[in-house]
Design a protein around this ligand. Structure first.
Ligand code: SF4
Ligand code: SF4
Length: 437
């Protein structure tokens, strides 16, 4: 694609990167066929190719984002399915990240949109605040039916209350194991890892961290949880709130760096949405102060999804086969963002499960961070589509490696369980909540 940035504009390193990405797109449109927002609404401006044009015009003009551009960029899930499909290797992720920051800095959203985004950014990355919010949502849950059916504001309120008070969230009764810093290896120590405790998952389902730690400890791996490492910054990053992202990611990077030693094998992440962002810290923070940028690159290089690490060190089950069929849902951040497609399925098979996959496995379930709250109509359509393909498999449970997907797909009568909880169970841990053994 031809671009028309001025020499002055091209002195900005961020514009240089955007220019190079834009030039790599050859307009072929292959990406439109695998884009969930385009498939759902059918508008070229809601396809990757359409958005690339919108971003090009916005950045070349050097002016503030317009309402229509913000509208169509907001409807992108950042699922990165287009990157998997694109034959030209267009780096859509870095382009949309740049564009979101430009929109956030230059476009004044309607008051209710600004307010909701500010509330989400002020609550979700902080576990204590989120616990309070969930309690309040639980009290408000009986009144969901009274919210008017029309209007985006009411649709967002309904989506937020429904998600916050979903069966999956309130059913958890496990204590937060992440308050303990060092979880020693059982037997001879064969590895040491840091675990990112993060924010939302430790509140929504603390059992996932508990299973991860138990399993790794049993396999001879010491797990260290740096207490000062909180949110990875993914939520604010995807809202284009760059300053908040740098503050949150910076705090987590410094805490992780302080906890590293020469024997640390990896930084384990069991929320694939967070993993995609942490693996990109080196790029996203390259323009910050050199000390932080250097640490960010180091943390990115050490980051590993828990499934990749388990496969590397050799997972083995100790229980007899359960006879259960598990429908594996590939989170976009894992399959498109991190290009991890086989490891979780291979591990589940090693654990003795029959693994099945839904049709159109490349399509997003509609969770996408805060997307299901900010874009409830498209998100609920994608959820229904995904659940149709999953329930058609008649599985005993749905497994995924991302808390957002697990929460999004809950409530359809099939347990949604993190892959690592199933692996832990088959290696001697407790049966995951909601699953009949
Ligand atoms: S990231 Fe996903 S929703 Fe956004 S343009 Fe690409 S395929 Fe479409
Ligand atoms: S598939 Fe790649 S090159 Fe083709 S239009 Fe989409 S982003 Fe551009």
């Amino acid at each position: 694609m031809q671009t028309n940035f001025t020499e002055v504009q091209l002195r900005d390193p961020a514009i240089q990167v955007a220019d190079s990405i834009l030039r790599s797109c050859v307009h072929c449109g292959f990406c439109t066929a695998t884009c969930p927002s385009f498939i759902t609404v059918g508008d070229e401006d809601d396809s990757p190719r359409g958005r690339i044009y919108l971003i090009k015009e916005m950045l070349e003009s050097g002016s503030a984002a317009s309402a229509p551009v913000a509208f169509h960029l907001d409807r992108c899930l950042s699922c990165l399915s287009c990157m998997t499909t694109c034959p030209s290797g267009v780096d859509y992720m870095h382009l949309i990240d740049h564009a979101r920051t430009h929109v956030e800095q230059t476009f004044r959203r309607p008051w209710h949109d600004r307010g909701l985004r500010a509330v989400l950014a002020a609550i979700l990355p902080y576990p204590a605040r989120m616990r309070w919010a969930l309690r309040a949502a639980g009290l408000a849950r009986p009144f969901v039916g009274l919210i008017p059916q029309r209007g985006v504001l009411f649709a967002r309120m309904r989506a937020m209350l429904t998600l916050a008070a979903s069966e999956r969230v309130v059913a958890q009764g496990v204590g937060d194991v992440t308050a303990q810093t060092v979880h020693p290896a059982q037997g001879t120590r064969r590895g040491r890892v840091l675990l990112l405790a993060g924010c939302a998952q430790r509140v929504l389902d603390p059992g996932i961290h508990a299973a991860t730690i138990r399993l790794l400890n049993r396999m001879g791996v010491e797990v260290v949880i740096p207490q000062a490492a909180g949110c990875c910054g993914a939520l604010t990053h995807h809202m284009g709130k760059h300053a908040a992202f740098v503050a949150q990611a910076g705090a987590t990077i410094r805490a992780m760096t302080d906890a590293l030693d020469e024997e640390t094998d990896a930084i384990i992440i069991n929320v694939s949405g967070c993993g995609t962002v942490v693996k990109d810290y080196g790029f996203a923070l390259r323009g910050e102060d050199p000390d932080l940028a250097g640490k960010a690159a180091k943390i990115s290089a050490l980051a590993m999804d828990v499934s990749a690490y388990l496969l590397k060190i050799g997972y083995q089950r100790t229980r007899p086969e359960s006879g259960l069929t598990i429908a594996y849902h590939a989170a976009c951040s894992l399959q498109h963002g991190q290009k991890i497609t086989d490891a979780p399925k291979a591990l589940l098979r090693q654990a003795g499960f029959r693994v099945v996959e839904p049709r159109d496995a490349h399509l997003c379930c509609g969770s996408a961070g805060t997307y299901n709250i900010l874009q409830p109509e498209i998100a609920s359509s994608l959820r229904a589509r995904k659940l149709d393909t999953l329930t058609a498999l008649s599985p005993d449970a749905i497994a995924a490696g991302n808390i957002g997907c697990l929460t999004q797909l809950a409530g359809a009568g099939i347990p949604t369980i993190h892959t690592v909880e199933l692996l832990d169970w088959m290696a001697g841990g407790p049966c995951p909540a909601g699953l009949k053994s």
